[in-house]
Design a protein around this ligand. Structure first.
Ligand code: ADP
Ligand code: MG
Length: 684
């Protein structure tokens, strides 16, 4: 009787151990998936589905068909290789025939012989032989037909466990409130969230699944846009009370030895319009490497200082901070502007002196790393904050620096070319200016492709440059443990290189080194003491060594296009002809295609678009890296139209209820707060 009662009392908030058949041991394993309550199970979305509506008989399978086969495993054997890298061959039979199932990297996979399994995947039929490659699969446990979810698993948890749990949870789905405002659901013709949740787990048919998916994509984009819009309007609410007037910046650029490009002029104008307003600027300046962002930053600084304010210029690493320091000092000394650098590694005494000068206002421009925003740093009158390569700064750090001033203007600079469509989603809280033109007179970089046979030619070219007094970067991809692809690790390469070229001064740079070790190597390369820098991709974005003329990239197929382009941007920064030598290790179609794009284009935006086409956005712009949540359903590129529609609905909602205080938006507001509370760059 008691047990029965208990069952009746189950809600989505019940611990999973209250579900019949889930004991404490099983529960421990399920916790690892982030599922503690019954309701949590609904947040773990299927990674794919098994369509059990149509079981295909092996005899009837057509070449290239994707289908479900249910059969007995009669034999398993491993192919050559070691450990997890081994290939697994499974023989499966049903009453009409036999097929081979092949799994790659399957060293730890197990099938019980004599048991019946479902396999769902693409088949090849050749010479009467049927082979299925790397299918999704599960033990057949007498489940009914339909479309079944396939969840990501963890040790000790089966599909059956999770299916049972979600099935049970779906019995209580009526407890879940609608999480979008009802008028939005109606106007955008969305299905309800209960409908969406039910059909994303156990789709009744294709149509219902599509409706569920559409709603989930829409909701993700709606939530994100709403959070960003609210965050943006909050930022704008606070009045600065001052505006940076006058012609300081324009006088400064008119006295340069060169003319700004028209793109620079346009962007500087955007900046100055913002600076003259009495609301804080929050602007992203995007421009390919070498497009001349620094001078725009300098002009903005001059404008702020002319109005009696201080400026802070933040770089992601000490070496980049030093680089900016040297540039700015050279340009500002003659104007009588006091520039100082403040870093974490400077001697305590020097640091104290620097901090005093900053607090007294003697220092007008402070350059540094995140040390600039540590507790102990005080400003007299901070009016402008510039961060370089912000995608490597936590946005919360930017906020914290902002809070030190009287709500200063903020400029964020990045060389990462982000297509507009994506930028509109990723940086919805910033205004965007793009420098899409290079200063005249650049010697174009020569890009050449090599393969394992011609690799030596690439090294010959690099060494001949060293002999002429130039410097060289060599970049090798990391080797991951689980990887069977051959790749030259930087360390190995370094050892081989030193043995072969005994007279060349080389150094190694990799990710496991501490920041100060890295800075030390970079300083030595910067000073010219080192001729060849061999590294994994830790070479700092934005590093400027004009004497470096060769970027040699090993196993280029292991890098993304955008990454290759960034690497190439490290050379061609001085008055010498520069080279980007890309060595292709594996001769795949994709690798060749990439090499072709690299050799034919030097435009970061073109390359970024191609990269998107080839790889999809998630991989390139890790959303986490941007301080944004992982999107589970939405793809800001594929779903631009939905994003636009959601954006319009957001604005419409906020125009009527800017603080989301109305009763009809309360469930939505509650969800939004819970969802974005931890998100560092959004305060609701
Ligand atoms: P990035 O955008 O990569 O930060 P920089 O600001 O470092 O580029 O500029 C690269 C180089 O181009 C610098 O040496 C700078 O002095 C020079 N430069 C910038 N703008 C112009 C211009 N309009 N004409 C000529 N040279 C320029
Ligand atoms: Mg720069």
């Amino acid at each position: 009787m008691a047990a029965k009662n208990n069952e009746n009392l189950i809600t989505l908030n019940s611990p999973i151990t209250d579900v019949k058949g889930i004991g404490p041991k099983k529960a421990e394993n399920i916790y690892r998936l982030g599922i503690k309550t019954l309701g949590d199970s609904l947040d773990l979305y299927p990674r794919s589905y098994e369509d059990l509506r149509n079981v295909k008989e092996i005899f009837d399978i057509q070449n290239e068909e994707k289908c479900l086969v249910r059969g007995v495993v009669t034999r398993t054997s491993f192919g050559k290789g070691f450990g997890r890298k081994r290939t697994l061959h499974v023989t499966v039979e049903d009453k009409t025939g036999r097929m081979d199932v092949i799994f790659f990297m399957a060293g730890f996979m197990k099938f019980d012989q004599g048991e019946v399994y479902n396999f769902y995947g693409r088949c090849k039929v050749e010479g009467g032989r049927t082979t299925m490659f790397h299918p999704t699969h599960s033990k057949y446990e007498g489940e009914e037909g339909g479309i079944l979810p396939v969840y990501p698993l963890t040790r000790g948890v089966t599909q059956k466990d999770l299916r049972k749990l979600t099935k049970e949870a779906l019995n209580h789905v009526d407890e879940i409130e609608e999480t979008l405002p009802l008028d939005v659901v109606a106007e955008s013709k969305l299905c309800s969230n209960v409908y969406a949740i039910s059909n994303i787990h156990f789709p009744e048919d294709d149509e219902k699944y599509m409706a569920a998916r559409y709603r989930l994509v829409y909701e993700e984009l709606f939530d994100l846009k709403a959070a960003l819009a609210i965050s943006k309007s909050k930022g704008r609410d606070e009045k600065f009370g001052h505006s940076f007037d006058g012609n300081y910046a324009l006088d400064f650029v008119n006295n340069l030895s060169y003319k700004l490009t028209s793109a620079q002029t346009r962007v500087l104008n955007d900046v100055l319009v913002d600076m003259k307003k009495d609301v804080p600027m929050n602007r992203l300046i995007q421009g390919d490497v070498g497009s001349g962002k620094t001078i725009i930053a300098e002009a903005a600084i001059v404008q702020a200082i002319g109005n009696g304010y201080q400026a802070a210029f933040m770089a992601p690493t000490e070496i980049l901070a030093f680089q900016h320091y040297e540039t700015l000092k050279k340009d500002f000394d003659k104007l009588g502007i006091n520039v100082d650098i403040i870093t974490g590694s400077m001697p305590a005494k020097d640091r104290r002196v620097s901090l005093e000068k900053l607090a007294s206002g003697e220092t007008q421009v402070a350059i540094g790393t995140h040390a600039l925003i540590s507790e102990s740093v005080e400003y007299k009158k901070l009016g402008l904050v510039i961060t370089d390569e912000q995608h490597r700064f936590g946005v919360s750090q930017r906020r914290s620096l902002t809070s030190k001033g009287e709500n200063p203007d903020v400029i964020v600079m990045t060389a990462t070319p982000i297509p507009r469509t994506l930028a509109a989603v990723l940086y919805a809280d910033l205004d965007i200016s793009i420098i899409d033109e290079m200063p005249p007179g650049r010697i174009p970089i020569i890009t050449k492709e090599f393969n394992s046979k011609t690799r030596k030619d690439a090294y010959d070219l690099a060494i001949s440059q060293v002999e002429e007094g130039r410097q060289v970067y060599i970049v090798a991809p990391l080797i991951e443990e689980s990887d069977s692809i051959e790749g030259e690790s930087a360390e190995e390469l370094y050892e081989k290189f030193c043995k072969k070229y005994k007279n060349v001064k080389a150094a190694l740079l990799h990710g496991q080194m501490t920041q100060s070790e890295k800075d030390d190597v970079m300083k030595r390369f910067y000073s010219g003491e080192i001729s060849v820098l061999i590294s994994t991709v830790v070479i700092e974005v934005g590093i400027n060594v004009p004497n470096a003329t060769v970027m040699l990239i090993e196993n280029q197929e292991r890098f993304g296009l955008a990454q290759l382009h960034q690497l190439r941007g490290r050379v061609g920064r001085g008055k010498f002809q520069s080279y980007c030598l890309i060595v292709t290790g594996d001769d795949s179609e994709l690798a060749r295609q990439r090499a072709k794009i690299m050799c034919s284009s030097s435009d970061g935006f073109v390359i970024a678009e191609k990269d998107l086409e080839m790889r999809g956005p998630g991989e390139i712009f890790g959303y986490r890296q941007h301080g944004l949540p992982q999107l589970k359903f939405a793809d800001p590129i594929k779903h631009v139209k939905i994003a636009d529609e959601a954006g319009r609905a957001v604005l419409n909602m906020l125009s009527k209820d800017p603080d989301l205080t109305s009763q009809k938006n309360s469930a939505f507001a509650k969800k939004l707060r819970a969802k974005y509370l931890e998100l560092e760059n959004i305060t609701l």
